[in-house]
Design a protein around this ligand. Structure first.
Ligand code: NAP
Ligand code: ZN
Length: 352
């Protein structure tokens, strides 16, 4: 029998999220069912709900930063048992046999990975619904172990904001002797600061918002550059080995490229789409600078990131919210008024 589930859903791109009941599938042999404890609120949730990327089908139950407790397992599940504290990130399945999947890059599955929400189950074609709900059912291969000792609300955003910044920091070699910068101090940006600092890099924040300096230093920044200040941008010229750009909207990359050291790389993880400002390749060619991009991380690397956070005591700085305040949280995120991730406490769902 499918399990009745309660959650919050958007029924169109311009409507508020409202309470909505639906069903989760019967457990397949390799499925794990969790009671969701906490779910982070990612800017991607807003992009999906508002159909910023096009092609959405409604209703959408967002949420891909899920921490919960295992309540049931299918007969083939050996890695998890009832009562375990586990996580689910942006993916719930992939083809498992293409070259990307075989190299632990399920996020780049050549046959299309299955998103935790706003996707389609690859076995029965039903829509996937995310963690703004009290239960979720996921194949065990896509379930992560949460290290002991981490605050669970603070651990939830690691499942997306954490891995999305950890993966490029690792791939482009953040560490001692390397100068790393993050653009934008939101959910992803604040994780980039914490993780880059823990990896031993010299860390800078680019922010358009004066007033975040004190927080940025506490989160791991050694230096802050206000991106609207030409003077500060010029003083930062030719400095960075790696920049992780988390800005969600179209913006001119040329001023940031000018701050890369020779052979430095700027990695886009925020904005998806065409750029309005023409990229000047001269400043890239003459310094051997690169432009890169990155999508979340594979399952093995996500577990590696969680274990790294367990060892270093890293969690996200969160504001825990009642699920009925989710629409207000979206409004606040759109004005950068979040320190630095909203996390829904699913225990509040029952009260609504
Ligand atoms: P967020 O918490 O809203 O933070 C974004 C930050 O970017 C803001 O705090 C702000 O920082 C800066 N910003 C916002 N609007 C801006 C604008 N118009 N111009 C310049 N700066 C702006 O968002 P998030 O959850 O970190 O997500 C960031 C982006 O990453 C989203 O587009 C999301 O969809 C994407 N994302 C990508 C992946 C991936 O795998 N590649 C994964 C997760 C999320 P300051 O006030 O400090 O400037
Ligand atoms: Zn996300």
């Amino acid at each position: 029998m499918p399990t009745p589930v309660h959650g919050y859903a958007a029924h169109s791109s311009d409507a508020d999220l409202v309470p909505w009941s639906f069903e989760r599938r019967d457990l397949r042999p390799d499925d794990v069912e969790l009671d969701v404890l906490f779910c982070g609120v990612c800017h991607s949730d807003i992009h999906h709900v508002r159909n910023d990327w096009g092609g959405e089908s409604y209703p959408i139950v967002p949420g891909h930063e899920v921490v919960g407790t295992v309540t049931r397992i299918g007969p083939e599940v050996t890695r998890y048992k009832v009562g375990d504290t586990v996580g689910v990130g942006c993916l719930v399945d992939s083809c498992r046999h293409c070259s990307s999947c075989e190299h632990d890059h399920e996020q780049y599955c050549e046959n299309g990975s299955t998103l935790t929400y706003a996707g389609k189950d690859r076995h029965d074609g039903t829509p996937t619904y995310g963690g703004y709900s009290n239960k979720i059912v996921v194949s065990d291969r896509f379930v992560l172990r949460i290290p002991n000792g981490l605050d669970l609300a603070g651990a939830a955003p690691l499942l997306c904001a954490g891995i999305t910044t950890y993966s490029p920091l690792r791939r482009w070699g953040a560490g001692p002797g390397r100068k790393v910068a993050a653009v934008g101090l939101g959910g992803l940006g604040h994780m980039a600061l914490k993780l880059a600092k823990a990896m031993g890099a010299d860390v800078t924040l680019f922010s358009r918002s004066p007033g975040k300096e004190e927080d940025a230093r506490r989160l791991g920044a050694d230096h802050i550059v206000i991106s609207g200040s030409d003077e500060q941008m010029q003083a930062a010229a030719s400095s960075f080995d790696l920049i992780i750009d988390t800005v969600p909207y179209d913006h001119d990359l040329n001023p940031y490229i000018a701050t890369l050291a020779a052979e430095g790389t700027i990695v886009l993880v925020g904005y998806l789409g065409p750029l309005n400002d023409t990229l000047n390749t001269a400043s890239m060619v003459f310094r051997g600078r690169s432009l890169g991009a990155s999508l979340i991380g594979g399952l093995a690397e996500t577990q590696e990131m969680l274990d790294f956070c367990g060892q270093h005591g890293i969690t996200s700085d969160v504001e825990v919210i009642d699920i009925k305040n989710i629409n207000e949280a979206y409004t606040r995120m759109l004005t950068s008024d979040v320190k630095y991730r909203f996390v829904i406490d699913l225990a509040t769902l029952e009260k609504n």
